[in-house]
Design a protein around this ligand. Structure first.
Ligand SMILES: [Zn+2]
Ligand SMILES: [Zn+2]
Length: 883
């Protein structure tokens, strides 16, 4: 068995990680073969954007998934972790357009086809980068099943869904208010709008009632939209305005007549109780407009400049127009007042430009009927959020859901499968473009130029990646998946949409659990961000400390849903732990013999220490498995860490050393067996967290499997349940700890031996102590161990300590040399006396006290009381000896 002795002196992740990952890949360990005798366990990866670079968020997210997958693989499930990437339409298009602009090119200049060629080249170049980085992290994904949201199969799924929902009347094309980003030049969905608090104003404007001297005052935060006003609305029960409903006001600057209408939407008590209605520029006004059949006048272009309907303001940018309009109203004496006001302004999540709510012809998904079953499966517990509090966010969004605008004015993405006859305007929806229009026979047909929201395809990810719409074996076996691991910020974007898509197209929930993990913050608890410059690059950490250390630092002590603080200190202690594990394992392996044969052990020879550690590892296995199944991954790791470091390394290895060193020991083989058993179990428990070092150690142990990652997860073994020995060993260890404390407090050098006298009335305790005799001799330098029922013969100056049911005494003369100690204390007493005199003289000197700053005097006073205290202690100890 020279394997055992070949283990490297120090652990170098660089020598190990890439080699092992390659080996696992070559042996196909990540690639499950469907086995009907096994239960499936499936995770689909949240597909990173092809534009992505691995950041701490990815590192955490994928570490969590890998921990769960590795656990379940070892538990005997047929585990599949589906990897892949997202085409990320808006993010990718923004990057490509930016790169092109450096060459002086625009999309329009090169045309759709050439542009898409460029985009695919770009994908080829950058799309693989994030995948390689995920591999660096140790992710045990089935790379043979890797998917891309724009690949052929997934595009087919997207078309299928679009056509099905269209036929059911759940997808429609219509004019509605959407969120328009003037910079990205596309619509974006509600979920993609980020709200920022901004300083703004309420401008109070005066509209004159036609043929009257009366005015109505309305307030607005976006005065430029007044050019598109088509009514003024008041509440039907508002006495102040009852006589005006049905009359007209003159819209200033435009000199248009617009009606005064009554609508319950208006809040009587807010502002003046009258509001301007701009159906083409505000979602609420749009609804009011529909109810009252109002005209929709859109006064802005797509680039947020004013259009011809804004008449004299045509061509001005929206903010330039705002200034001019205010100026003009002021001159007409129609500006009543300007009121400062902080409000939430919607901005584009991609480029931070202020969003313009604007009427536009787009494609929408009718959400209400799709949301209902998706709400139900979470309500009835079929899909569970972990921690549960995140289900509130989900319900809040789903119960107030608005129709989803799915068309984007972008080219990189799934093109909408709708076609328009250029002759008669007939619209056709289908997989392929029809040759002729069935309505008029014309062959002049063009496809809708828009593409679908990127989340339209990722919503299908849990089943499209398994082959849907084809009824593949993978789909039948692996769907529904088990858990989705993600951060809270994409509950609306993605989680909600996957749930309703799964319910609609598969008739079944896409996953059983949604595990929401923490956000990685810096050491001070701040979010990692580019602007703060406090981001830590996970690849640099891997390069410096190894993947295992990174994964450990990201997981240890976390509780689900709580943010974690990440620092290099944490990674350093993780690496120290790895080194400790390595050194302990190396020690164990160095003490294995050639041709070691555990079939020859005699379990009757297990000592109290053996039984204690076997019993302890049993409990740890049970607790850790339980924690991990409840997604308490950080708590489980904390327990594994404490068990390995304290109980296994610091105690058990120390306790068995004499049996290892003594080749003639009758229980040497049993000690080796227990070391191997406990170390193997510990490495298996630790494997999901630190896959590399555990595999490397496992390869040197006496093992049943070729690799730790396909070995059996440790299980509780009743024959190793030794409750009594566990308690007995606890008593022995308590005694050792207490004696060590006394020796440390009294500065007793380790080489100095001292007698230990135990006094225990109970025979049970006495028997335990007899069993522990050899440990006391070795571990606390006991020259002699006496176990008695009373205090007879114990010197009165013996130092005492107490544990449950036992008093422990150490004779003073054994601990220290009394003559020398008295001499030393006398010297110390003299020194302290001199110091005290010096400081007393100083403080007694009136000149010094009068001149010295208060701070100096305080310092001297502190010295004085310190010396006095030390002096008193020395005197007390001396008098103790003299007695
Ligand atoms: Zn934008
Ligand atoms: Zn036609």
């Amino acid at each position: 068995m020279d394997e055992q002795n070949n283990i490297a002196k120090t652990y170098d992740p660089k020598q190990v990680e890439d080699r092992l990952y390659k080996e696992w890949m070559e042996k196909d360990y990540f690639h499950p073969v469907i086995d009907k005798n096994k239960k499936p366990y499936t995770i689909v990866i949240p597909p990173p954007n092809i534009t992505g670079q691995l950041h701490m968020g990815h590192a955490l997210d994928n570490t969590m998934q890998d921990i769960l997958i590795r656990l379940k693989r070892m538990q005997g499930y047929c585990t599949l972790w589906v990897p892949g990437t997202d085409h990320a339409s808006i993010a990718t298009e923004a990057k490509i357009v930016e790169a092109m602009s450096k060459e002086g090119l625009t999309k329009e200049m090169i045309g759709r086809e050439k542009y898409l060629e460029k985009a695919w080249d770009w994908k080829k170049h950058y799309g693989g980068r994030i995948v390689e980085q995920l591999k660096k992290l140790g992710s045990s994904c089935d790379w043979k099943r890797e998917r891309f949201t724009l690949d052929e199969g997934l595009s087919e799924a997207v078309n299928e869904v679009f056509i099905r929902l269209y036929k059911k009347g759940l997808i429609y094309r219509g004019e509605r208010i959407i969120n328009w980003c003037p910079k990205c030049a596309t619509s974006i969905s509600d979920a993609e709008v980020e709200f920022e608090e901004k300083e703004g104003n309420f401008w109070h404007l005066k509209y004159q009632v036609k043929d009257s001297n009366e005015f109505i005052i309305v307030a607005t935060t976006r005065p430029e939209t007044m050019l598109g006003d088509t009514a003024v609305a008041v509440h039907p029960q508002d006495e102040r305005y009852k006589h005006l409903v049905g009359k007209m006001v003159i819209l200033p600057l435009m000199n248009r007549e617009i009606p005064i209408i009554a609508d319950e939407y208006v809040e009587k008590d807010f502002g003046t109780g009258a509001v301007k209605i701009t159906p083409a520029h505000d979602p609420n006004d749009f609804e009011v407009g529909l109810r009252h059949n109002l005209q929709q006048i859109r006064v802005m272009n797509d680039d947020a400049t004013m259009n011809e309907l804004a008449k004299q303001y045509e061509g001005m940018d929206r903010y330039e127009a705002r200034k001019q309009i205010i100026e003009d109203l002021k001159n007409l004496d129609l500006l009543v007042k300007i009121e400062g006001h902080t409000h939430n302004v919607g901005t584009c999540y991609r480029c931070s430009t202020v969003i313009e709510p604007i009427i536009s012809k787009q494609w929408f998904v009718h959400m209400k009927p799709l949301a209902e079953p998706a709400i139900e499966v979470v309500k009835n517990g079929t899909v569970k959020f972990v921690p549960d509090r995140f289900s509130k966010i989900y319900f809040n969004w789903m119960e107030n859901i608005q129709d989803w605008c799915i068309s984007r004015q972008l080219w990189w993405g799934h093109r909408i499968p709708a076609y328009y006859c250029q002759n008669c305007g007939n619209m056709m929806v289908g997989k392929d473009m029809p040759d002729i229009c069935p309505n008029c026979g014309s062959s002049k047909i063009e496809q809708d130029p828009d593409t679908l929201d990127t989340w339209f395809s990722s919503a299908l990810w849990p089943f499209s990646t398994l082959g849907w719409p084809k009824q593949t074996e993978d789909l039948k076996y692996f769907y529904p998946t088990d858990v989705l691991v993600t951060a809270a910020d994409i509950i609306f974007f993605w989680v909600a949409r996957m749930i309703f898509s799964g319910m609609e197209h598969m008739g079944k929930e896409p996953f059983k659990y949604v595990f929401i993990h923490s956000i990685v913050r810096d050491a001070q608890g701040r979010k990692m961000s580019k602007s703060l410059g406090n981001g830590i690059d996970p690849l640099e950490i891997i390069d410096q400390y190894g993947t295992d250390a990174l994964r450990f630092a990201l997981t240890i002590g976390n509780t689900p849903g709580n943010d974690i603080r990440f620092s290099t200190d944490k990674v350093e202690s993780s690496r120290n732990f790895a080194n400790k594990v390595w050194n302990a394992s190396r020690f164990v392996l160095m003490n294995f013999d050639e041709n070691i044969d555990f079939s020859k052990i005699d379990t009757g020879k297990f000592t109290v220490a053996d039984k204690w550690i076997l019993s302890r590892v049993n409990s740890v296995i049970r607790e850790v498995t339980d924690n991990m199944e409840k997604f308490e991954l950080g708590i489980a790791l904390q327990k594994i860490y404490e068990f390995i470091w304290e109980e296994f390394c610091d105690w058990y290895i120390e306790l068995v050393k004499p049996r290892l060193y003594d080749r003639e020991s009758e229980t040497r083989l049993e000690a080796q067996y227990v070391l191997n058993y406990v170390l193997s179990a510990s490495m298996k428990l630790l494997h999901p967290y630190m896959p590399f070092i555990t595999e490397e150690i496992y390869q040197h142990l006496i093992k049943e499997d070729t690799s730790i990652m396909i070995s059996k997860w440790p299980e509780y073994r009743e024959e190793y349940n030794f409750q009594t020995e566990e308690k007995n060993m606890q008593l022995i260890m308590d005694a050792i700890r207490n004696i060590r404390n006394i020796r440390a407090e009294m500065n007793v050098p380790p080489s100095r031996k001292a007698k230990v006298i135990f006094v225990a009335a109970g025979s049970q305790e006495r028997n335990i102590l007899i069993e522990g005799k050899s440990f006391f001799e070795r571990m606390v330098g006991a020259s002699e161990v006496l176990i008695q029922t009373d205090k007879q013969g114990i010197p009165s100056d013996a130092v005492a300590t107490v544990i449950a049911g036992v008093e422990i005494f150490l004779p003073l003369e054994d601990l220290i040399d009394i003559e020398k100690e008295i001499e030393r204390l006398e010297k110390e007493k003299e020194n302290l006396r001199k110091e005290l005199k010096r400081v007393n003289d100083k403080l007694g000197n009136e000149g010094f006290v009068a001149k010295a700053p208060a701070k100096v005097i305080d310092e001297e006073k502190a010295k004085q009381s310190n010396y006095q205290e030390m002096y008193d202690k020395v005197v007390e100890r001396l008098s103790g000896f003299k007695r």
